[in-house]
Design a protein around this ligand. Structure first.
Ligand code: ADP
Ligand code: MG
Ligand code: ZN
Length: 591
């Protein structure tokens, strides 16, 4: 029975096939099957679980990439029961360890943890068990800090290793090693010593973060370059993806959210993500004023209140938690029915993780981003100094301003996966009600904007995006307007879309300045400004609604989708790609 649906990839070579690792002919195979049923009371493996266990038990260094809720923990818990020694599990949060240990105890599996909050006698028990051949301990959970800071512990671990009791080192949330991902934890860097220190002991890294960049970085840090990488598909078919234009006033925005919470999500629970701490408190209070059971959550609040907010939300006391990304690792509520983004995430990677907290029970759930251009700058001033900070943010902007592509295909391209838009089955706004995609040439608009920018720079003035837009429409300070310039005959919304597009395609760029109290983003000509005079600048715009006879699977609509399902990152960043897309679109039109 072939249960593996996703792909198996070995970055270095195609030295193994999915089938090899998924086999049931290994010496431990029977025991794995029976232990799964008798001890864990689970009937069958999910995709990639057996393959991972076989790899680890064959002493292969392995990284398992699997979306949240896929069942990664079982991949080290179960094999620990078929070896003589114990598995060391490095885990970033005490709360995560406690959850797992409680669940393991219910199944009568002996597991200990070592953390600052562990009582002394428990600590002692765990340390003794490491070097006691007769100890029943199968899993030992530690924080990365324990590994990097406690010499006593590392010494004990070496003894256990010499006795042959250390069967595997599992590193959960292994992306925390990499500075490029979310949740970077400096102490994870220390884990790079493990491979040399414990030769022959397989390392198993587990994460739901799947970009190649981070993956390669993690391998390098752990010194397991070219290790086996098992990757299951990251498509979450039950999630409905949507981007909505965010009203310009907070009141109108709240009206819309209130409607959603009181009608569509009545009796259902979810999360609203915001960019700043201030926003969490404000929005939550405003929703309360409107009679919604809301609570806020962020990193700098009193730990007791924070924990209360979390548990209150878990228990259904609150319909919604308004949170910063601090509400993240370890949030495990299966029936989250909606995740709303009040403004955009820092990156697609972040967005996937944040929105992915919805629908872990496999039932339908919504992931809605409220997008507005000014929010881009709210985020950009916080990320511009980070490595790849702006690049990542612009990836997110691209997702938001795309007007026709299947949202799934946009997400997939960030995981180096291809999700056919047909697989979306109408589970994103664009596939549900497709529009024809046309293109317009922005050259004239772009040159007008450059005139305004040049004019300002002649006057030694800097333009924020807002000032730029005002001057374009002949509004705002007269000194910034270009004399005799006609304001464009387009809506504010369209003008904002054009600025966003020019920004992420490098025809404009942001320029950051510190003031005493804040950081400001100004708009300048981008590195590709020189191309504008003698080239077209093509941007997709929404055409007429594609008529489809209720079904979204008509050949016509799928042609639209394919025309746009190509790598979005190239789309914004290369003119040629835009040009070639014209051909696709004309094919659609003649359809
Ligand atoms: P992840 O770490 O990948 O986010 P977990 O290890 O926390 O996921 O598992 C999520 C849930 O799935 C847990 O409740 C776990 O018991 C359950 N689970 C894991 N494997 C299976 C399986 N093969 N069949 C049914 N449920 C499973
Ligand atoms: Mg996990
Ligand atoms: Zn879609």
């Amino acid at each position: 029975k072939e249960s593996i649906k996703g792909r198996l990839l070995s970055l270095k070579s195609e030295r193994v096939s999915a089938k090899d690792w998924n086999g049931t002919e290994f010496p431990w195979s029977d025991k794995l099957e029976s232990t799964l049923k008798t001890v864990f009371k689970i009937n069958e493996f999910r995709p990639f679980q057996r393959a991972t266990m076989n790899a680890v038990l064959s002493k292969e260094d392995t990284i398992l990439l699997m979306p949240t809720g896929g069942g990664k923990s079982l991949c080290y818990q179960l094999p620990s029961l078929v070896t003589d020694g114990f598995f060391l599990v490095v885990c970033p949060l005490v709360a995560l360890m406690e959850d797992q240990i409680m669940a393991l105890e219910r199944n009568n599996i002996c597991a200990y943890m070592l953390s600052q909050s562990t009582p002394k006698d428990e600590n002692k028990k765990a340390m003794m068990a490491m070097t006691d051949k007769k100890a029943p301990m199968k899993l030992l959970y530690v924080t990365p800090e324990r590994m990097s800071k406690s010499k006593t512990f590392m010494n004990k671990l070496q003894q256990a290793y010499q006795m042959g009791r250390l069967s595997c080192i599992a590193i959960d949330e292994v992306h925390c090693c990499s500075q490029w991902g979310h949740d970077f934890r400096p102490d994870y860097k220390y884990l790079g010593v493990l491979k040399n220190m414990f030769r022959g002991v397989p390392l198993l890294g587990l994460t739901a973060t799947a970009t190649t960049k981070i993956l390669l970085d993690v391998q390098k840090i752990l010194q397991i370059q070219g290790c086996l990488v098992l990757k299951s598909s990251f498509n979450r078919p039950n999630l409905f993806y949507e981007v909505r234009p965010k009203p310009s006033s907070q009141k109108e925005y709240l009206d819309e959210v209130e409607d959603l919470l009181k009608i569509k999500y009545r009796g259902k629970t979810g999360i609203i993500y915001t960019t700043t701490i201030k926003d969490t408190e404000e929005t939550s209070n405003q929703l309360r004023d409107r009679g919604i059971k809301s609570v806020y959550y962020h990193a700098t609040m009193d730990p007791i209140l924070r924990s209360k907010a979390h548990t209150g939300w878990l228990d259904g006391k609150y319909q919604v938690v308004v949170a910063t990304i601090a509400f993240g690792l370890g949030i495990d509520k299966p029936d989250v029915r909606f995740v709303l983004h009040q403004s955009l995430s820092k990156s697609m990677e972040n967005f996937y993780q944040e929105s992915g907290r919805a629908g872990r029970d496999g039932l339908p759930a919504d992931c809605i981003v409220f997008y507005r251009l000014p929010d881009v700058f709210k985020v950009s001033i916080t990320v511009f100094s980070q490595h790849l900070g702006l690049e990542n943010l612009y990836g997110m902007v691209e997702y938001c301003i795309d007007i026709g592509s299947c949202r799934r295909s946009l997400i997939a391209s960030h995981f180096d996966e291809v999700w056919e838009s047909a697989e979306c089955k109408g589970m994103c706004d664009h596939c549900k009600s497709p529009f024809q995609v046309n293109q317009i040439n922005l050259q004239k608009h772009c040159l007008s904007l450059y005139k305004i920018i040049d004019h300002a720079s002649d006057k030694d003035t800097k333009l924020t995006s807002q000032k730029l837009l005002e001057a374009w429409f002949n509004k705002g300070p007269t000194a910034l307007r270009v004399p005799n310039a006609k304001s464009p005959s387009i809506s504010q919304e369209k003008a904002e879309a054009i600025v966003a597009f020019l920004l992420i395609s490098s025809f404009l760029r942001e320029d950051f300045h510190y003031t005493a109290y804040s950081t400001l983003s100004y708009i300048k000509k981008g590195p590709r400004a020189i191309e504008v005079h003698d080239g077209e600048v093509l941007m997709d715009v929404r055409g007429v609604k594609v008529k489809s006879s209720s079904s979204t699977e008509s050949p016509h609509t799928s042609a639209v989708k394919e025309g746009n399902g190509k790598g979005p990152s190239q789309k914004a960043s290369s003119l040629r790609e835009s040009l070639s897309k014209t051909e696709n679109n004309s094919a659609v039109k003649s359809n």
